[in-house]
Design a protein around this ligand. Structure first.
Ligand code: AHR
Length: 514
């Protein structure tokens, strides 16, 4: 009897704790000093499936789709609204097979090639250097060119830099002018190969470090534009030895950044459908997404040993969810739908990047249009903005703002015996003095009641926007493109500088405090 009473009391205590437990967040505004580099909100466009062809680029003869020199105007407008800061091109794995000279000059004279990594399709090189760099000008985005180290030469990459960046008289600037472009584009971001440990050449880190040193010796700043940012091909996920070897063997003054790739994937040989997934599959995807925190922390700690002043950026130039391709699509084209699960990945990942703004200074979501965790999907003249697009648009208030360190004590999101932190948060103060807090609740069932204490600042009003939907598996389709869009959020109230927030299940909220 006594034992029964005790277990009843224990159950009641747990039930009470579950019903009333709160997540507490503290904003340490007086410790705010690091700028969130706008470039962590960057994107990636590879010659893969319909990212470029029938995505960004419909060709200048397209009659049905309004375009500027072949680039869709609706995509340009949408990405400008997103404040896209940079765009990485032409790959990915494609970059180490790409010879840029095949993509300049009269389009009907350009040689073809076979896109060996992505579907074995014939690439006609009709979208090349001019098309991409002019498109970046339209977008107001910094181009990030990935050089071919795997199957190219040092001379070829040095020539590309001279072609794009040199204003004076030289063989490559003459060629550029002959092809119709007088002024150089002044490209700052240069990737020296991609995934050199894999599709970029299956190299060992010591060998790649030497290759990198050789390439960067000749990839110089033709224009004195303030210096090129030369970025080393980085580790896959937790390959800390890769980062350590590069940091040890490459002089700091040759390194602008070290890359790292991490995809939110359940298992490479056992992924899930993009739209028809179970809660177990959602949980596993979020576990992988949240692992970005550990990866960034550990890679950054290695970089700290060699670069305590944090001059070299950690560049997460490929991230996002990776699922099975949509039924009846080419498996080599990596076309997948985008649900509220993707919104959750985007929200927690961008919070991690914001919170590590001291080291993570460039990042690129994979990929921008029609591939993997895209922000835009197209079908002929139709275009859809995905839930991921909306998260990136809501979060763009953090670009170039000062990061406010946050301390978060959160409830868990539990499934069976496993648990994950339910709430993820980041905050910043912009140049106009407004504070923005982005909050994500990944829990599928429980609303999170959050108390936000603000130290070192006074606020008198709060407004906000929310992205959520009735089902985690919901998405924006070509027939229902506005099923998921941001709405005004009324779940936050401010009393005596303490903010109370009720965050519904699987939702992303961005608050503005004045
Ligand atoms: O984004 C798709 C591919 O994933 C990229 O080409 C490659 O770098 C990575 O393995």
């Amino acid at each position: 009897m006594k034992r029964n009473c005790l277990s009843l009391i224990t159950i009641l205590l747990f039930a009470y704790a579950a019903a009333f437990s709160q997540t507490t967040v503290t904003l340490n505004t007086s410790a705010a000093k690091t700028t969130i580099n706008k470039n962590i909100y960057g994107h990636f466009a590879e010659h893969l499936g319909h990212c470029i062809y029938d995505g960004f680029y419909v060709g200048d003869t397209s009659k049905n789709i309004p375009n500027t020199d072949g680039v869709r105007n609706d995509i340009v407008d949408a990405l400008k609204k997103l404040k896209i800061p940079n765009l990485r091109w032409p790959g990915g794995c494609f970059a180490d097979t790409y010879h840029w000279k095949d993509g300049i000059g009269p389009k009907d004279k350009r040689p073809t090639m076979v896109n060996k990594w992505w579907g074995g399709v014939t690439e006609d090189n009709s979208f090349g250097t001019h098309d991409f760099l002019n498109m970046c000008e339209l977008l107001g985005a910094e181009p990030y060119l990935s050089g071919n180290v795997g199957s190219g030469t040092v001379q070829e990459l040095a020539d590309w830099v001279q072609y794009t960046n040199f204003a004076g008289k030289s063989p490559m600037s003459d060629l550029r002018k002959q092809n119709g472009r007088e002024q150089p584009w002044k490209v700052k971001f240069w990737g020296i190969g991609n995934e050199a440990w894999g599709c970029g050449g299956n190299m060992k880190p010591e060998y790649y470090a030497d290759e990198y040193r050789k390439y960067t010796t000749f990839i110089s700043d033709w224009e004195n534009t303030g210096g090129l940012t030369r970025i080393a091909s980085g580790a896959s996920d937790a390959d800390y030895n890769w980062t350590e070897t590069l940091m040890k063997n490459i002089p700091g003054n040759m390194l602008g950044g070290v890359a790292m790739h991490h995809y939110s994937v359940i298992e490479w040989n056992h992924k899930s459908s993009a739209t028809k997934f179970t809660e177990e599959q959602y949980f596993a995807t979020m576990k992988s997404a949240l692992n970005m925190e550990e990866l960034v922390t550990k890679h950054a700690a290695i970089m700290d040993k060699y670069d305590p002043q944090k001059k070299i950026a950690l560049v997460v130039d490929e991230w996002g969810g990776w699922y099975d391709v949509e039924p009846n699509t080419n498996p080599g084209f990596l076309y997948q739908q985008n649900t509220m699960r993707d919104a959750m990945i985007a929200g927690v990942t961008l919070n991690i990047f914001n919170n590590h703004a001291d080291r993570v200074r460039i990042a690129c979501l994979a990929q921008c249009v029609n591939v993997l965790q895209a922000v835009i999907l197209t079908d002929k003249e139709k275009m859809v903005l995905t839930p991921t697009y909306h998260v990136m648009e809501m979060y763009n208030v953090h670009q170039a703002a000062t990061m406010i360190p946050v301390t978060v004590k959160t409830n868990d999101y539990t499934l069976g015996t496993e648990k994950l932190p339910a709430v993820s948060v980041s905050a910043s103060k912009d140049a106009a003095g407004k504070t923005h807090i982005s909050l994500v609740n990944i829990d599928t069932k429980n609303t999170q009641t959050i108390t936000v204490n603000v130290e070192g600042a006074q606020y008198s009003s709060v407004t906000g926007r929310i992205l959520t939907s009735s089902k985690l598996q919901n998405y924006n389709s070509f027939d229902e493109p506005n099923k998921i869009t941001p709405a005004a959020f009324n779940g936050a109230s401010l009393k005596a500088n303490t903010l109370s927030v009720k965050l519904p299940p699987f939702s992303v909220v961005v608050l503005e405090l004045n």
